[in-house]
Design a protein around this ligand. Structure first.
Ligand code: ASP
Length: 412
């Protein structure tokens, strides 16, 4: 947009310079013509002297005009070169939006009221509230959507309630392998980490990958080497131990042995449902810039360095100022195959449909058609939101520019 404006301005200046030069040349030529006709021998000498003098003045004027012309032409080129750097910020919003908003999720799955104690429900609700109000106040004070997304996810990563950071689920080998990703809708820059085992807040490392490395996705030992180099604190793996998650793993393994499963089977709802709590956040800031982030421990009993959708840009996370920002949660294998987050954005972009329509189509039709389940939270460039899921529940919350807060857990 800005580039187009500069191009238009430059073209206008070029046109004015050409017009002035043309008039100038025309006036001088007509004087030459007059002199040739009128100042023949025997004709009026006084008139010819006046013409000759005027010719000199005109010649000087012409040189001056041409010099000014060249100067303007030169400046036009510089105006273009000196125009704000718009190449990297492909979708940087130029508007000062009169709205902003934030949406979060804390995982989707078979979350039923009958299985939830009152105290646990209160614990989830108040943690979701703490997380979303933190992000909301950053946005309200003029902070960026990336700052809001990171700070909001940090609160959920530090809570044992969610399957990310402190509360991450266990792998088959009784370790915790964490994945996270973040994306900036203004630049389409993105960063992600997969399979890290010593990082307290993987979303911060994903941001570091985006901001301070030439890469998008780093995994395992290499990602941790990068973290050490960037001064990240390395946690002892025992930090990630929570009794609840460990017991879940033991139950799943017991069942696996009993049923003599040859390999993990996420098809088994018992196994599939032992992993709630991936966290995600999407935000629109006051400058109209969108961002999305997701952080998870993956799925209980995962093996062989399995990586889900959460650190995959386009599947677990996607943000584009032209459309929307999306964070996914659910059965990662299907979300990767359906490219859920990007598909929602692409449907808005190519079909011109609303965020709600696109989210509904992907989550209620496309993902289940493959056999997967889960949900998303999303916000579009105008502040419209979607909290779509095809499971029994999804921890979720939304806060708009007016400060109105919605927190929900179950289907309604
Ligand atoms: N999508 C995550 C994964 O597959 C898990 C989840 O969101 O519950 O790793």
């Amino acid at each position: 947009m800005l580039e187009q404006m500069y191009e238009k301005k430059t073209k206008n200046l070029h046109f004015i310079v050409l017009l002035v030069s043309f008039i100038d040349v025309f006036v001088v030529c007509s004087h030459y013509f007059l002199q040739l006709n009128l100042c023949k021998p025997s004709k009026n000498k006084g008139f010819c002297i006046i013409l000759a003098n005027r010719k000199k003045t005109l010649a000087m004027k012409q040189i001056l005009t041409l010099l000014i012309g060249f100067f303007i032409l030169f400046s036009c080129n510089n105006v273009k070169k000196g125009a704000p750097e718009v190449k990297k910020e492909v979708n940087k919003s130029e508007k000062i939006a009169n709205t902003f908003g934030i949406v979060i999720h804390g995982g989707a799955g078979t979350i039923l009221k009958k299985n939830m104690s009152d105290s646990l429900e209160i614990a989830y609700t108040s943690k979701l509230k703490e997380a979303i109000t933190t992000g909301h106040s950053i946005l309200n004070n003029g902070g960026t959507s990336l700052e809001a997304v990171t700070a909001t996810i940090n609160i959920m990563e530090d809570s044992p309630l969610f399957n990310s950071g402190k509360g991450a689920v266990f792998t088959h080998d009784e370790t915790n392998e964490l994945d996270a990703s973040i994306m900036d809708g203004a630049t389409l820059n993105a960063g992600a980490v997969a399979g890290v085992t010593h990082i307290k807040n993987p979303i911060n490392l994903a941001l570091e990958v985006m901001n301070n490395s030439p890469h998008v996705l780093l995994a395992g030992e290499g990602a941790e080497q990068f973290a050490r180099q960037q001064g990240f604190e390395m946690m002892d793996p025992s930090y990630f131990y929570t009794e609840k998650r460990y017991q879940s793993l033991l139950r799943v393994k017991e069942r696996e042995m009993r049923e003599q499963y040859k390999s993990i089977s996420f098809e088994d709802s018992f196994i599939k449902d032992s992993k709630f709590g991936t966290v995600g956040c999407v935000a629109l800031d006051k400058n109209g810039n969108l961002a999305a982030g997701t952080s998870t421990g993956g799925m209980t009993n995962k093996r062989w360095n399995r990586i889900g959708d959460s650190p995959i840009i386009g599947a677990g996370t996607y943000a584009n100022n032209a459309t929307c920002a999306v964070s996914s949660t659910g059965w990662g294998e299907y979300f990767i195959r359906a490219m859920v987050a990007h598909d929602i954005s692409a449907m808005m972009e190519y079909k011109g449909i609303s965020l709600q329509e696109a989210a509904k189509e992907v989550i209620q039709n496309k993902v289940p058609a493959l056999g997967g389940d889960g949900g998303i939270v999303a916000i579009d460039k105008d502040g419209n939101i979607a909290m779509e899921f095809n499971t029994a529940g999804m921890y979720r919350a939304h806060m708009n520019a007016k400060g109105e807060l919605i927190i929900k857990i179950y289907k309604e």
